[in-house]
Design a protein. Structure first.
Length: 259
């Protein structure tokens, strides 16, 4: 199990087992923590689920990102183990979507040792990264540390549905209260270029070409200055939260947070 990744198996039987576990809990005793294992390799996930059960952790399993989202919507999860490669899906760009649905700690399992991916994943909502090969003992230790962290088991308040909105055809950005954000043409083009690929790193070279219609040159600060002004207009807290700097590379848009 040390070098294996997390796999998958059908969730219906697991849901029934979860219900039995909850019913079996003694009066006044909370059920055992529930962990989502999200990957597409059945045999390995079965093995990991059995290992976690030895340490008092229940599991529910998904073999696709869509299935993982469905489980998040229907289960009270205490933690999520998510493989970076879930079938054909790179899950990192989808972390904001997952994070918007749950406050459970998200631990990414990956074979990628690139620092850029780890930094991006943490910025997009992951709580921890485990680089393969991962031992069962380390996984249990990290799960326990995350689950017992204060506030992680508390039910999250439902998010408000008032959001910032970018309207590409009208070339405007609306605040949650319905008012317009005053942007220059370059600032709007920059935000639109970043928002077109949420969760994906956009290089300065690519942004210079898209926004200013020219090639990037060493020492060129046009994109950096435009990002600075855009963040200031979005407001200090919002600007830093939705546009993340990837050092020596460029920027990534992770979505407008709820107001």
């Amino acid at each position: 199990m040390t070098s294996r990744t997390i796999a998958a198996r059908p969730g219906a039987a697991l849901a029934e087992r979860d219900a039995r576990d909850e019913e079996a809990a003694l009066p006044g005793q909370a059920p055992m923590p529930l962990v989502l294992l999200a990957d597409d390799e059945r045999e390995l996930t079965d093995e990991m689920a059995a290992y976690l059960a030895r340490y008092g952790l229940r599991t529910v399993v998904a073999n696709s990102f869509a299935a993982a989202l469905a489980i998040v919507e229907t289960h009270r999860l205490d933690a999520i183990i998510l493989d970076q490669r879930l079938g054909p899906v790179d899950t990192l760009p989808h972390l904001p979507e997952l994070r918007a649905r749950t406050d459970a700690p998200i631990l990414i399992v990956t074979g990628n040792r690139e620092e850029t991916d780890r930094v991006l994943g943490l910025e997009l909502g992951a709580d921890d990264f485990l680089v393969k090969p991962v031992s069962g003992r380390e996984l249990v230790a990290r799960l326990r540390a995350r689950i017992r962290r204060p506030g992680k088991l508390a039910a999250a308040a439902p998010p408000r549905r008032d959001r910032w909105r970018l309207q590409a055809v009208e070339r405007r950005v609306m605040r949650p209260d319905g008012s317009l954000l005053d942007l220059t043409g370059a600032e709007f083009d920059l935000l639109a270029a970043l928002a077109a690929s949420p969760g994906e790193v956009q290089t300065r070279e690519a942004l210079t070409q898209q926004v200013f219609r020219r090639a990037w040159r060493p020492g060129d600060r046009a994109v950096d200055n435009a990002v600075l002004h855009l963040r200031q207009k979005l407001a200090p807290d919002l600007g830093e939260r939705c546009i993340i700097t990837i050092r020596q590379v460029g920027y990534v848009f992770i979505g407008f947070p709820y107001s």
